[in-house]
Unconditional design. Structure first.
Length: 434
């Protein structure tokens, strides 16, 4: 039953392969009973109301809503719900007033944000639906099976859906505050808004994006207004980093993905060698000396035959809104200058920090069906390697969990970790790499 569920799910997700789901099943924290959730009907199509880019962002940032939009029975239950509809009416009135009276985007942002009372009331209603609506209850079971909110998997179903909804609301609020209102993100030098919130041209762009949302539509769910506005805010700011290079098993990763299916894992001590990127920091540069040095360290380990793959990790980070992707440039360097086979280098092109270098590399382990019980070797310069060894507190502060079990310092430039499924937990405060 569990295997069938995973196969059914893969058809739904597009990006998660059948083999990847089988790996998750095998490593799912020792749950003794197979889930028995029925297949959720998916007659409603996301493509009918969202662009391809918006669908990717929706799936990566707001997975709960992604699933609600794809299931006709559950979506209909939400659309017809009296509590949700009252919340929607109140928010509609607030946004209409703001759009007509506000002179800056920050004012409109405040109207779009979810208030603590709205978040609470919607959460309570989701909890009630889990207990009263079979389709919603089955959705929660499905979400637990696919481990998209793995930090909450052991919670009661009612608690699980409340926490997932709170993450969604927090993520929408974060986008509105930062990319409309100009609030400082966690890392303002690379993640901040592209405009002055009071700039008349920017305000016009925001109002133009919001205007269609003021028209009531009986077929829309209560969250759609703010969801679409947040997706539009990212588009206006040109912050599409999270949607680039998807799906990650194609493109530059097609050859490594094919190789992973025929690899004899028993022949290697490590599943992979992960090397974090080092952004050049200057416009016009593609790599700096530190990035090259780290690549050489990884190549040395690969040539010792300790692992069949190198994962190069780093997105479009430095300088602000750079066109250069660290992982892409690292792969070019490794293949063309260091002689590493193209099929041995996996790009992870989204990470923006050392914490997410590690988290995202762990995600690729599961996506590629690489044995998660086999340890991963992380190589970098001695300064960053020491920082990684002592990074547990930063992980907890920034993403709320450790994406690995155990960490061993192997040498001045090497650390060893074992992947953990918690890496799939979405980060509501990082829409550029959730």
């Amino acid at each position: 039953m569990r295997s069938a569920l995973n196969m059914s799910l893969c058809l739904l997700l597009c990006l998660i392969t059948i083999t990847g789901q089988a790996q998750r099943k095998k490593t799912s924290r020792g749950r003794s009973k197979a889930r028995t959730a029925k297949t959720v009907k998916t007659t409603r199509s996301v493509a009918s109301s969202y662009t391809t880019q918006q669908q990717v962002q929706l799936r990566k940032s707001f997975y709960l809503l992604y699933m609600l939009e794809r299931s006709a029975p559950i979506h209909n239950a939400v659309v017809k719900n009296a509590v949700f509809n009252q919340i929607a009416r109140d928010r509609q009135t607030r946004l209409a007033t703001a759009n007509s009276q506000c002179g800056d985007a920050g004012c409109i942002s405040k109207a779009l944000e979810w208030t603590p009372d709205e978040i609470h009331d919607a959460g309570e209603e989701f909890k009630r639906l889990v207990l009263s609506n079979t389709d919603v209850a089955e959705l929660v079971e499905r979400l637990k099976v696919v481990e998209r909110y793995p930090v909450y998997t052991q919670d009661a179903d009612t608690t699980f859906i409340r926490k997932a909804w709170e993450d969604v609301a927090a993520g929408i609020n974060h986008i509105c505050r930062v990319y409309m209102g100009g609030a400082r993100p966690r890392y303002p030098r690379i993640d901040s808004i592209s405009f002055n919130p009071a700039n008349p041209a920017f305000v016009r762009l925001v109002k133009t994006a919001v205007q269609p949302l003021l028209v009531s539509n009986a077929g829309n769910a209560f969250y759609r207004q703010s969801l679409v506005a947040s997706l539009k805010a990212l588009e206006i700011n040109g912050r599409d980093e999270a949607t680039r290079y998807e799906p990650l098993y194609k493109g530059q990763n097609a050859a490594p993905f094919a190789k992973s299916k025929r690899t004899n894992w028993n022949a290697y001590r490590f599943s992979s060698i992960m090397v974090p990127g080092s952004g050049p920091g200057k416009a016009g540069m593609t790599m700096d000396s530190m990035g090259m040095f780290r690549c050489k360290l990884a190549a040395e380990q690969y040539n010792k035959n300790v692992a069949p793959f190198i994962i190069v990790s780093g997105g479009h980070v430095h300088p602000y809104k750079t066109a250069v992707c660290e992982a892409v440039e690292m792969k070019k360097y490794m293949v063309s200058k260091l002689g590493i086979p193209d099929s041995a280098v996996i790009i992870e092109p989204h990470a923006r920090h050392t914490t997410t270098n590690i988290r995202n590399a762990v995600r690729l382990i599961y996506l590629f069906n690489i044995p998660a019980t086999k340890p991963m070797l992380i190589v970098s310069d001695s300064f960053q390697s020491l920082a990684i060894e002592k990074m547990a507190a930063r992980f907890m502060n920034e993403i709320g969990y450790l994406p690995y079990t155990g960490l061993e310092r192997k040498g001045p430039t090497e650390n060893i970790i074992t992947p953990d499924l918690k890496a799939w937990q979405q980060d509501p405060e990082d829409p550029l790499d959730p």
